[in-house]
Design a protein around this ligand. Structure first.
Ligand SMILES: [Zn+2]
Ligand SMILES: [Zn+2]
Length: 349
């Protein structure tokens, strides 16, 4: 399943309408303004419009979850400061309440920053023992999740801890961080993981060849368990491997390498897991919205192997550069229809 993070400007259901126009199989949204601490509850008429939007896409039928919420970047469950941690706990609880009201079963969250001594500069050392600050931060995250879970018994929505680049004191760049939080909570079934290809690459995991990509996924499986991997963010990375730079690039135009995306898109176990683009939307590529281009690139990887490592659509866009931003939806209709030529497998995934 392939989709994109889409805007809720004008109403939550607008993201679903846009997902339909872009022929997404799944979507990620912020359920509210992610730059504010305000946690407005969802009004009944909002829920009704949202449910109608799901029905219009036939996304209300039983099947794998197609909608992912992304919690606010302000939330820091690892904060050592009681006021900030308390606000973060309230915000995460309110987010899960909104998800439950909307029937959203996946909520991605950045694990948090411990705000102590940052790891040494340079590429992350994934073999070193965890520092006391890291351990304390991880324990605070697990305790915060326990508190939220106790307050909201029986919820269906799972919190997905996202891999991070590990800038500053942010936790989540080391797969062991994610695993240890899940192992520490009282209700581990309510916690899963989200794998961001840009973040993993910038954290220092090279996935740019088939062998390297397979090795990283195997390592993730050994540490975290692929059965708990419930969402992907498929972004290419502007920063080099190990740069700790969190800058998303269009698929095929960054340092992840097509082998990274191919390994994920071809893996049968990931077929029904949401794979979400968080790539820039500004400008058009060949008069098409970038999401259409990036979705086509990803879906193209599900098909038979190509001789070249770079799909022809990437080469074409590289030559032509950007393009006019106007008339995106209308101008793209013909090409969007071309994405309808999907194989049965890729339309499922
Ligand atoms: Zn992400
Ligand atoms: Zn990012």
């Amino acid at each position: 399943m392939f989709g994109s993070h889409l805007s809720i400007a004008g109403g939550l259901e607008r993201a679903l309408e846009a997902a339909g126009e872009l022929r997404c199989d799944c979507v990620q949204i912020f359920t509210r303004n992610q730059r504010q601490w305000r946690n407005p509850p969802i009004a009944p008429d909002e829920v009704a419009r949202w449910k109608a939007g799901l029905a219009a896409l036939s996304w209300d039928r039983p099947g794998p979850p197609r909608v992912v919420s992304h919690n606010s970047y302000l939330v820091n469950l690892a904060s050592p400061e009681a006021g900030n941690r308390g606000r973060s706990i309230m915000a995460h609880r309110a987010e899960l309440e909104r998800c439950e009201a909307l029937g959203i079963e996946r909520c991605v969250i950045h694990p948090g920053a411990h705000l102590g001594t940052p790891p040494a500069k340079g590429p992350h050392d994934f073999d070193r023992p965890q520092s006391p600050d890291e351990r304390a931060g991880l324990a605070r995250i697990a305790a915060a999740l326990d508190r939220v879970h106790r307050d909201l018994p029986g919820y269906r929505v799972k919190t997905l801890l996202e891999t991070t680049v590990g800038s500053g004191t942010n936790l989540g760049f080391d797969f062991r961080h994610l695993a240890s939080i899940r192992e520490a909570v009282a209700e581990p079934d309510r916690v899963g993981f989200c794998f961001d290809t840009c973040h993993v690459t910038a954290a220092g995991w090279d996935m740019s060849s088939p062998a390297k990509a397979a090795k990283v996924l195997k390592h993730f499986d050994e540490v975290c368990g692929l059965e708990h991997l419930l969402a992907f963010h498929l972004n290419d990375s502007q920063g080099a491997v190990g740069s700790r730079l969190d800058r998303h690039a269009h698929i095929g135009l960054g340092t992840c390498g097509m082998a990274c995306f191919r390994a994920i898109c071809r893996e049968a176990r990931f077929a029904s897991i949401p794979k979400i683009l968080e790539t820039p939307k500004e400008g058009d590529a060949d008069q098409e919205p970038w999401d259409v281009v990036n979705l086509r690139r990803l879906r193209g990887l599900c098909r038979a192997p190509r001789a070249s490592g770079v799909p022809s659509s990437v080469r074409r866009t590289r030559r032509s550069g950007g393009g006019a931003a106007s008339g995106a939806a209308a101008g793209s209709r013909g090409r969007t229809a071309a994405t309808g030529k999907r194989t049965p497998r890729s339309s499922r995934s």
